[in-house]
Design a protein around this ligand. Structure first.
Ligand code: SF4
Length: 482
């Protein structure tokens, strides 16, 4: 199927794409010729180019060739793998009281919020029931380092089990980094547990967003980062910002904070609509258009840095560009069709409940039990056939959804049924009414417009990000579609 979407408000440029991710950017006049079959604005050469790439009007409804089938299968290869990411919420307790994390945490001394050893062992059984050849166990909280004893136990249990399973097994942990002993860090190094922490910006902003008992969260995080890097290596720890309303005012300041701390990337996402109360949302939340203005300014700055020779990545753009400029999927769970919800990730809560996404866990935490798949005592097959999965799968395939099915960005986008179930009340809600769509329309349009401009330094950066190559290894910058 071939779809078309305007790239700018006045309709001067139009993107046409097919199911396999091939695309062309043509002018309004060319598009009219394309639609009517006249050659007045569309040269014979251009028509042949479109034919060669399966984008000619006549290709709209014809059956797929073997080559196209192979391209489609490559792009969607994740669909047959089964859940590869398994998130263990080992405790909900945390000593921080971040404004945007109210429903996902419990007080440090609160009883009844830790996973038991029995629950952990059953969850490990579920992990190995997944058919995926690649398994990542990620520890989250609360603050998972508060139960590092349980983390050790789960890692050892999974490694022992893998002696006979022979999967590609890896570990990750999301942590403030504040609570690691030297022994804990050595264990992370020896078992290759990748650490990820939160840094919301310069110290004043970080401390306001993420209050800890000593009111010095930024300082403690930076000191802990140095300690962790000394044991795990510089690449062993990554970081993510949560962007609150206050953070929107200074995109350069946030990017510079990450550069100053020696991170080669930053991942810019709007604050999630889950996990905090309505009152707080009013205080720290914002409209999507405000985030997109911030995003554009940050991306401009990052592209400027790259053009001046400093390799620095904006990870969300890199994910989208991998979908646009290569035949491969990035693996990113929120941008899959069929969805990554339950099909790519499972979440084992401290109390034994199982969810198809971390956002689903947070929605359930606010009382909406429609997102609960079952418990760790249920078999993998039972969990996958649960009413929660049947409900969410109504919004699993973008190509079938209202809004997306006619959108030229659909080969590069995703369906995210949990977001739409939470915000719009229906996993299959019309995407044209959603902030998810508003965000992606805007970012896709910006990226494709830059691709059409083909400014050499921007293309060198884009290709490096999409191909996951060092920037100085991209020797031929420039053309993609002209
Ligand atoms: S969510 Fe929006 S941008 Fe993405 S494919 Fe659907 S309609 Fe297009």
């Amino acid at each position: 199927m071939i779809r078309s979407t305007l790239l700018d408000a006045d309709g001067r440029q139009i993107l046409i794409s097919n199911d396999f991710g091939d695309y062309a950017i043509i002018s309004n006049d060319e598009f009219r010729s394309y639609e009517t079959g006249s050659e007045t604005a569309l040269s014979t050469e251009r028509l042949r180019d479109l034919e060669a790439r399966g984008l000619a009007k006549a290709d709209h409804q014809r059956p797929r060739s073997k080559l196209e089938e192979a391209a489609f299968n490559t792009r969607k290869s994740f669909a047959l793998e089964g859940p590869s990411l398994h998130i263990f919420v080992v405790t909900l307790r945390c000593d921080h009281s971040c404004q945007y994390c109210q429903v996902s945490r419990a007080n440090l001394s609160a009883p009844g919020f830790d996973m038991t050893s029995e629950t952990a062992a059953l969850a490990v059984d579920r992990v190995f029931e997944s058919p995926s050849s690649t398994l990542t166990i990620e520890f989250q909280g609360g603050e998972p380092a508060l139960r590092f004893d349980l983390v050790r136990r789960i890692v050892e249990l999974a490694e022992n089990r893998n002696l006979t399973e022979n999967r590609t097994l890896s570990f990750a942990m999301v942590s403030t980094l504040h609570h690691f002993s030297d022994d804990d860090l050595a264990f992370c190094r020896d078992h290759e547990i990748r650490l990820s922490t939160s840094i919301d910006g310069p110290s004043v902003l970080h401390d306001r967003n993420r209050p800890n008992p000593d009111r010095n969260a930024w300082l403690q995080t930076v000191e802990a980062l140095d300690r962790a890097r000394a044991v795990l290596g510089h690449e062993g720890v990554s970081a993510l910002p949560t962007i609150t309303r206050e953070g929107l005012s200074d995109p350069r300041g946030l990017v510079d904070q990450y550069r100053d701390l020696g991170f080669p990337t930053i991942f810019l996402r709007p604050i999630s609509p889950y996990g905090f109360a309505l009152k707080t949302r009013k205080a720290i939340g914002y409209r999507m258009e405000d985030f997109l203005r911030f995003y554009d300014q940050a991306l401009d700055y990052i592209l400027e840095l790259n053009a001046n020779g400093e390799a620095f990545e904006e990870t969300y753009a890199a994910i989208l560009l991998r979908h646009i400029l290569t035949p491969f999927h990035s693996g990113y769970l929120d941008l899959r069709s069929p969805t990554g919800t339950g099909l790519g990730v499972l979440v084992y809560n401290y109390d034994g409940r199982v969810f198809p996404a971390d956002e689903a866990r947070m929605a359930a935490q606010t009382g909406d039990q429609r997102f609960t798949m079952g418990t760790v005592a249920d078999s993998f097959d039972t969990l996958m056939a649960s009413p929660a999965m049947q409900w969410l799968m109504k919004g699993a395939v973008s190509e079938h959804l209202r809004g997306c099915r006619d959108c030229a960005f659909v080969p590069y986008c995703g369906s995210d049924p949990v977001f739409h179930a939470t915000v719009q009340g229906d996993p299959a809600a019309d995407r044209r009414d959603s902030e998810f769509c508003q965000k992606h329309m805007h970012i896709f349009r910006g990226l494709f417009r830059r691709v059409a401009e083909a400014e050499p330094e921007t293309m060198r950066t884009f290709i490096a990000w999409a191909m996951r190559k060092p920037r100085d290894e991209v020797h031929v910058s420039g053309w993609v579609d002209r």
